[in-house]
Write a protein that binds this ligand. Sequence first.
Ligand SMILES: NCCCCCC(=O)NO
Ligand SMILES: [Zn+2]
Length: 343
Amino acid sequence: MLTIYSDAHHLHHGCELKDGVLMPCFEQPGRADTILARVRAMGLGPVAAPGEYDSARYARVHSARYVRFLEQAWDEWAATGRSHDALPLIWPVRDLRSDIEPEFIDGKLGFYAMDAGVAITAGTWRAVSASANLALTGMDALLAGESSAFALCRPPGHHAAAEYMGGYCYLNNAAIAVQSCLDGGARRVALLDVDYHHGNGGQSIFYQRDDVMFLSLHGDPKSSYPYFSGHRDEAGAGAGLGFNHNYPLPHGTGWPAYGEALRHACGRVAAYAPDALVVSLGVDTFKEDPISQFRLESEDFLRLGETLGGLGLPTLFVMEGGYMVDDIGVNAVNVLMGFEGRA
Ligand SMILES: NCCCCCC(=O)NO
Ligand SMILES: [Zn+2]
């Protein structure tokens, strides 16, 4: 399996406000480094650098003004004389106005964010755009005939929606790849999110469309981040009604229940008969993950990959979450090995 990787991710490692404390973000460079080392140790396949793409490709799923915000945010922040990480401090919730984009950077940060898990630093834009380019490069490989590819994206993207960032995510790498697949001639694409946290961004972007089926297995939002999306009754809207499927699962979920939900989701994918499958691959479903509450073991990720391989679809894996750095390489690559039948 081809892996797409860039060292540019080292340019980004901000702080986050977690449990009321400002701390180094759990979404750290060692995550991608550990996965890359495992890719190489297991001989998964060639490792390629990403191609260069115009930011207009990101604007196929994000708004142009949001992409411009991401590109310019650090400079606008630094122009105020601040050299530390930029974080949102106010959000347009409930009856506050969100129809007028603030001019000042502190207002824009909240206008374009859903939470305080998205620090912006001097290198964030370069890291974020490189991460999206990994996904575009992986999708170009599928469009050129590869049966599968792995975009080792960092930062992740599945919480980012058309006009907001959040949960360590800035550009929705997987959604950008899905749209690129359709722009490349596909009629239908399935986006399956196996990260512990609901992929609210991908759901939101494709919610009213029937050319993308979105499916997500995740911690029940009644008790898991992002808390405000991912319920079972979110079925799509308009032309998209019936093409959005959520599988909220309780704290403590292990492989038996997870595998059952995954097989059900795969049955829906098979019935949809897409031209390609994009997988938002988070491995924070691991039993030792420091910020999540499922109980998957490392061997279960082999089974997860095998189950996806059974679909027989051209498949792009896009890296999302997973924060037990010591085990993230084994767990992520186990999915890919299982997919290839090398379990
Ligand atoms: N800062 C709150 C928790 C963010 C979760 C990020 C993640 O792994 N999403 O998939
Ligand atoms: Zn996650």
